[in-house]
Design a protein around this ligand. Structure first.
Ligand code: GUN
Length: 281
């Protein structure tokens, strides 16, 4: 029987701490949220982030733009938000419509407002071991491990997925805490041979039932970052929860696991940005 890591409860605790800390600031922190197009999943995520802002006592400024928004228009909006003193953080919800240049957009966000930690400057600071902001999903996973007393030091860690948002920064954070990290991806042969060796398994692939019990080491910590829908339309992760749970020592559910932690870590980054901006004024 594994201990279920309750991301929802831990996220509530983190948000309460952030809200309390924000009371000590001279000005209310603010997040600008940019949503381009009509992707229903992105709308759900954005609504959640705006709700979290309200809970933490932050202002949120939504900029919902039509699907056909031109690159220049989007860059002009970002420039305006970069200059706006009410805005501590800028979040451009991904994915963007395919005619937009995602890298150029993320690079345009002021480094000190980059609360997603996607700007190459902040990615570099993270890689160098001297981060300003932490990437939200990987930081949420690390916070869960810390809260449940799970040490990474000397452990074999397998990270499945190599995206800039999750896989790569996740590997960096685990490495910084002295894990021995293997990053697996779609070209990795014999994935199961690697996952079976892992003391800590983090899956961020996006495939229902990718991780079955036979792929998991007895007593492993299993962290499921994915958010999929199964054949019945129900939310689920990459891990066959019912099958893997008896073998794991700790496991995250989907929903109610990593998802709420990602949002809580975003709130923490907004607080960090607001503190920096306040100190400058
Ligand atoms: N799309 C999926 N995850 C994220 C995230 O963490 N930040 C942004 N901006 N977009 C996303």
């Amino acid at each position: 029987m594994a201990t279920r890591i309750d991301g929802k409860a831990l996220a509530a605790k983190v948000k309460a701490q952030v809200a309390e800390a924000a009371k000590g600031l001279s000005r209310q922190p603010g997040l600008a949220v940019i949503l381009v197009g009509n992707d229903p999943a992105s709308r759900v995520y954005v609504n959640g982030k705006e709700r979290d802002c309200a809970e933490c006592g932050f202002q949120s400024f939504e900029h919902a733009l039509p699907e056909e928004t031109a690159q220049a228009e989007l860059l002009a909006l970002i420039e305006e938000l970069n200059q706006d003193p009410r805005v501590d953080g800028i979040l451009c919800q991904l994915p963007l419509p395919s005619h937009l240049d995602e890298d150029a957009v993320l690079n345009a966000i002021a480094r000190d407002k980059d609360v997603d930690c996607f700007h190459p400057y902040n990615v570099g600071r993270l890689a160098a071991g001297d981060p300003v902001f932490l990437p939200c999903t990987p930081a949420g996973v690390m916070e869960m491990l810390r809260e449940y007393g799970i040490s990474v030091r000397g452990k074999r860690c397998a990270v499945l997925g190599r995206s800039n948002i999750v896989g790569k920064p996740m590997a960096m954070l685990l490495l910084q805490q002295d894990g021995t990290v293997t990053v697996c991806h779609s070209k990795t042969p014999d994935l199961a041979a690697i996952t079976r060796e892992a003391d800590i398994l983090v899956s961020a692939v996006g495939r229902v039932s990718l991780i079955t019990a036979d792929m998991v080491k007895e007593g492993a910590v299993v962290i499921d970052v994915a958010m999929n829908r199964n054949g019945e339309g129900k939310l689920c992760g990459d891990v066959d929860y019912a099958g893997v749970e008896p073998k794991a020592s700790y496991i995250t559910p989907v929903p109610g696991g990593v998802g709420p932690m990602t949002r809580a870590m975003l709130m923490r980054n907004i607080l960090t940005a607001a503190r920096h901006h306040q100190a400058e004024n």
